[in-house]
Design a binder for this molecule. Sequence first.
Ligand code: PLP
Length: 369
Amino acid sequence: MTSPRLPFMSLVPGDDAPAVKQAIDRVIARGWFVLGPEVEAFEREFAAASGAARAVGVGTGTDAIALILRALGIGAGDEVITTPLSAAYSALAIMMAGARPVFADIDSQRLTIDPDRVAALVGPRTRAILPVHVYGQPADMTAIARVAARFRLAVVEDCCQAHLATEAGRPVGTIGVAGAFSFYPTKNLGALGDGGAVVTNDGALADRIARLRNGGQTDRYHHQEPGINSRLDEMQAAILRARLPLLRAWTERRRTLAARYRERLAAAAVAVPPERDAGHVYHLFVVRSGARADLQAHLRAHGVETLIHYPVPIPRQPALAGVDPAECPEAARACAEVLSLPLHPALRVEQIDDVAATVRTFAHRGRES
Ligand SMILES: *Cc1c(COP(=O)(O)O)cnc(C)c1O
């Protein structure tokens, strides 16, 4: 296939390229590559941008989740309730910490974990809830916090798709005990490689995670507890510092383009995500269609690249066979219908209109479920 007229995304730096190159040069000139001044500065700057007291840079978003759970003392024999509709890493991180993921089905409208189903699954081994703000749509944290308080559970937020998102005006990552962020290149704030961070208002928890990410060392070569090696490197931290000042404008741009999609797709034979409040940061713009395969083929034939997030509910992944055989019919239905349209800050409004027009020409051929 020739390259699409409208690719799903481009990871080549644009307006930010000069600042990114300058950041890389600065790190090379300094000759300090792991746990140095760039990481320290980024931790301060990212905490401030996220509305949290502390941030701790780590190797990946997956590690961020696993390290929070470990720092909370959650591991073997414990259960963590999470969503079946996410990147599988959400659940894999729970398993990395030694605990068992238990899947509560999603709310069919919001597509995030259903708080009533969470409450129904709490058992004697349940220690925490891991909601995922999937696609950039915050989960119903008010209801989740109520369930957590009732059963004395920790809430750990997977914010890997939700940089700067808010729920009822509160920044994600600060509503529960801690939030995990990823800076994988495709995320709303991406590095030029892997990266992640934990944010929290709990200073002691931040200190413990800072130790655990570095082998459990207190002082150099003195290991207090068995940690892992999961550090954000200086190069990625410097690149993230160059990009962080642009994140708010990028997020506004995503929201503007999403609003344009919603307007242009109002009459199309697809279901578009409803706008609840200003909290959604549109990591992805996900429509639903009962004729998804045909819709995706139609768009591909017209040069529009789309992706599916995600084709399989996490508990149906072979890697999780036997972990929790939850059925999760709402998640299964979503996985059969969701389609992610191109959406990133560098897209022009005319390109959004172009994609939307192509979706509309499918209207007479496909039928919404
Ligand atoms: C990307 C992502 C992760 C994992 O982040 P990595 O940095 O790739 O380890 C976890 N959860 C969600 C929802 C993600 O989108």
